[in-house]
Design a protein around this ligand. Sequence first.
Ligand SMILES: NC(=O)c1ccc[n+]([C@@H]2O[C@H](COP(=O)([O-])OP(=O)(O)OC[C@H]3O[C@@H](n4cnc5c(N)ncnc54)[C@H](OP(=O)(O)O)[C@@H]3O)[C@@H](O)[C@H]2O)c1
Length: 333
Amino acid sequence: MNKQLILNERPKGMPDSNTWKLQESPIPDIKEGELLIQNHYISLDPAMRGWINDSKSYIEPVQLGDVMRAGAIGKVIQSKNSHFKVGQTVTGWSGVQQYTVSNGEGIYSVDDSQLPMQKFLGILGMPGMTAYFGILEVGKIREGDIVVVSGAAGAVGSVVGQIAKIKGCYVVGIAGGKKKCDYIVNELGFDTAIDYKSQNIFEAIKEACPKGLDVYFDNVGGEILEAALSRLKKHARIVICGAISQYNTIDDMKGPRNYMSLLVNRATMQGMVVMDYAEKYPMAMRDMAGWIIQGKLKSNESVYDGIENFQETFKRLFTGEKLGKLLLKVIEK
Ligand SMILES: NC(=O)c1ccc[n+]([C@@H]2O[C@H](COP(=O)([O-])OP(=O)(O)OC[C@H]3O[C@@H](n4cnc5c(N)ncnc54)[C@H](OP(=O)(O)O)[C@@H]3O)[C@@H](O)[C@H]2O)c1
């Protein structure tokens, strides 16, 4: 049988036990041109919260009754598609389910002989690509830049900070709690950390960047974005990657009141969507793999078990109870 997570109801605020329901159905037979994937790990991403709203975005919303959209990695266990062989490790938009039937579109094989397959959903997957193109192509970092990144102990932010260090920047990470702040400084090599849960964010950024900041990589929005805007240097760049602090809000999203700082400082604020860089992923993967092998780029995954625990695990993205990339193991022994 195939356990699948179905979108049952559009939530108001934080998703709850009615948002998704688990359904079991027989594993379908594959037709000519198709392959059957047994998913091992599902990627849990903040963006999933946006995909279940019925509103216009960069991607169609998940429809009620559909399998929840998700990136996943697993093994081909049957194939009638000449591009895929049984035993290959493959990744793509396989959804929150244990088995996926695909015609191969949007499914890519990966060589996981050197690294655990989980890494291809994290540092060498969508979050890693987001960090790479966000900080290099949108943030346009230069040696000596002062770079501030929020969500700094998360899947994207942890990589952003490390790439900025590799490129010779001074890096300030913003994260929730002492454990995460210690991790980004002591394990990942950030220059300093701000614990936004225990410090006044406006004063802490001022203290960490007395001369201001060149690049702010925003994963969280809200008050932290406003605090970063208050410390811009001339020609600063702000990368709008996400706004997790606002995703479950029932009221209107909170925008920065002090956006005129962009004018005063001749600064730019630019949004980015990782999929726009898909053609360049192989180049980024080569760079990133090289840095991993050289020990310059580290990563962590928090892995939880069981498709039936999807909703409880998903909540960890918003409570922060995880380190690095959040994954759900869905393969059963
Ligand atoms: N534009 C794109 O193409 C693209 C692609 C991927 C991801 N994203 C965005 O990038 C951001 C990071 O994604 P990710 O996958 O790396 O997630 P993540 O950082 O691994 O997980 C989310 C983290 O956000 C922090 N957080 C939650 N609520 C917060 C709040 N109210 N204020 C401040 N921090 C809060 C938590 O860390 P703490 O414990 O530190 O609070 C949590 O661990 C998200 O906004 C996501 O939507 C965008």
